[in-house]
Design a protein around this ligand. Structure first.
Ligand code: X8Z
Ligand code: ZN
Length: 586
């Protein structure tokens, strides 16, 4: 008996280990599908109800999922894969992690606890003076509406001063994440984050930098004009004619999008459309705003949202508890249980954001039929760019079609003012979209030491955005931590790509819709042909390299800035004329 077992044992071990690729992928797919749902439910509750307990429960759920995903990532390296599909799945299993678990279980738990705490701290941060506290939403309103530099500065500083204590936690998560990355065979977390794009990490960086050089001339013109206008309004003592723009003057807490200061500029307009006013006049509430967004997608031939979407989403800010208000879209069970979470205000910015979030939701619904490992965008920039490309179709003509704008309203179609407003949103964003991860890549690789976190942040903001700190910031402040995606470890170069890709998508979809006029005047509303094209791309999920998905949609395999430059060409000409004689740059 003993003999037989000792004879069989090595064979048993071999057969226990010798899973075929197919068996391995099946196990990974099923396990990750199940475990992700579990983690998502915990995270949903924490985001909707921030307490010490939900923070802890999410950390534990996250530790479990991270450990399992990291184990599959490691194991995936043992297999080569026979078919293209198998190879693709192995690639995704290895490269899909954001924070890989360190080998040591205790370290993994420490990492996910700190991670959860950072997110909860962000969600519940407030600025209190004499017992009266203001949350982010209220401080953002001040940045948007006030035109008094002292009030703006107060709100800006009040928010940013919250994150000094996050710095140590952040630093420790970076150390632990780097450990996880090394345990998995990567150089560091920066290497992990840049490894998701179907090309080498060096080529990815080169691509991103190339795209920036392609759009920079347009950004510089916009910056130059806006700075001139701000200088006229506030004077040399607040904003200089030649230097970077202080970050509190651009209508947004992070100076990342500038449409809120549209009124400070003197762009001639045949008729400026104020969507906020239209929404107020027509008494749109949050539900009606989301419904209007849904109807846009349905007009393209896409499905109606499942009933549970409205039942389970969070659309309004609760009065009595802390929630993470930063807008997000959720794919809870990777089937039909899709949701969004937003603290919607009846204004233009949120109306646009709703279309962005619904883009995520429709992407989920389209690829949830695929094996779980493929339940993702072609790359994360596609996921972010999809709903944004729909935003480009919210033209004045469209607003008339849905009767938000009266049909006898004398809008002369998209004029310079329309383009200018879009540029304040889309072009102004580009350098910010780029620099957030430039900063993190340097932090992760150790090029930036913890003592230099804040100074290197402001160095990059000056360099890329031409924006500066409105007041001296000491090295122990942690201003990057005042941005949601830093506090919650969401990669950001995806938004930079999205701001290039959405114009490529828009151009291709407009072609499909048979529209031949200027890109800015095109709305694909109601076009089943455009809808088919969009659906076909979304239904690929992550099953093919993103270049294939881009080719299917646009006929081209590269991201390029010709579409965004074409879209804004009339504005660029106008800006160059306005800026004549000015010393642009900073
Ligand atoms: O975070 C978002 C979305 C959710 S995925 C609202 N965005 C970035 C940001 O707010 O910083 C959209 C634009 C950039
Ligand atoms: Zn998004």
């Amino acid at each position: 008996m003993l003999k037989l077992i000792s004879l069989l044992l090595p064979l048993m071990i071999i057969s226990a280990h010798a899973k075929t690729t197919k068996e391995f992928l099946k196990e990974a797919d099923e396990t990750l599908f199940r475990e992700t749902e579990n983690e998502q439910r915990a995270e949903w509750v924490q985001n909707n109800f921030i307490t010490d307990d939900t923070t802890r429960l999410t950390a534990d759920a996250n530790a479990r999922l991270t450990e399992i995903s990291t184990r599959f990532a490691k194991e995936s390296k043992k297999y080569k894969g026979a078919t293209a599909e198998e190879k693709r799945k192995l690639y995704l299993l290895l490269n899909n992690l954001v924070l890989p678990a360190p080998k040591d279980k205790k370290q993994n738990e420490e990492m996910t606890r700190l991670q959860s705490e950072l997110e909860s701290n962000y969600g519940s941060a407030k600025y209190c003076v004499d017992g009266k506290c203001r949350e982010l939403g209220e401080l953002e309103d001040t940045l948007k509406d006030s035109r008094k530099p002292s009030e703006l500065l107060d709100a800006w500083k009040g928010w940013h001063d919250n994150f000094k204590t996050s710095k140590q936690k952040y630093q420790r998560v970076v150390e632990l994440g780097n450990q996880g990355a090394r345990d998995l065979g990567f150089k560091d977390l920066a290497d992990v984050w840049k490894s998701k794009y179907d090309m080498s990490t060096t080529d990815y960086e080169k691509n991103i930098d190339r795209l920036w050089t392609e759009v920079k001339p347009l950004y510089e013109q916009l910056h130059c004009y806006v700075r001139g206008q701000l200088n006229k309004k506030y004077g040399d003592s607040v904003v200089s004619k030649e230097g970077p723009i202080p970050a509190h003057l651009l209508g947004n807490m992070w100076a990342q999008q500038w449409p809120n200061i549209h009124d400070l500029t003197d762009v001639e307009s045949s008729h400026s459309v104020d969507i906020t006013r239209l929404l107020e006049d027509a008494k749109y509430d949050s539900k009606k705003m989301v419904n209007t967004g849904e109807n846009f997608y349905v007009s393209l031939g896409l499905q109606k949202l499942p009933e549970t979407f409205y039942k389970r989403s969070l659309l309004d800010k609760p009065r009595d508890r802390d929630v993470v208000c930063h807008a997000s879209a959720w794919d809870i069970d990777s089937k039909e249980d899709v949701r969004i979470k937003m603290c919607i205000k009846p204004n233009e910015e949120d109306f646009r954001t709703i279309h962005h979030e619904l883009g995520h939701v429709y992407y989920y619904l389209a690829y949830n039929k695929l094996p779980f490992i493929f339940n993702n965008g072609a790359n994360d920039g596609f996921h972010e760019g999809l709903g944004d490309s729909i935003q480009l179709s919210l033209t004045n003509q469209y607003l008339k079609e849905i009767k938000l704008l009266k049909s006898n309203d004398k809008t002369a179609g998209p004029d310079i003012d329309y383009l200018f407003k879009m540029a304040l949103e889309k072009v102004a964003f580009l350098p910010f979209g780029l620099l957030v991860d430039k900063w993190r890549w340097q932090v992760f690789s150790g090029q930036t030491k913890p003592a230099d976190y804040n100074t290197s942040w402001w160095k990059l903001r000056r360099q890329y955005q031409g924006v500066m700190e409105p007041v001296a910031r000491s090295a122990d402040e942690f201003d990057p931590g005042a941005k949601y995606h830093v506090a919650s470890f969401v990669p950001y170069s995806r938004y930079f790509m999205a701001h290039i890709l959405q114009f490529q998508f828009h151009r291709a979809l407009c072609q499909a819709a048979g529209q031949t006029g200027p890109l800015a005047e095109c709305s694909i509303y109601g076009s089943k042909e455009a809808g088919k094209k969009l659906q076909a791309m979304m239904a690929l999920g992550a099953s093919r390299p993103w270049q294939d998905a881009l080719e299917a949609m646009t006929g081209k395999r590269d991201m390029d800035a010709t579409a965004i430059r074409d879209y804004f060409a009339p504005l660029e000409t106008w800006l160059r004329k306005k800026n004549e004689g000015q010393k642009c740059g900073w």
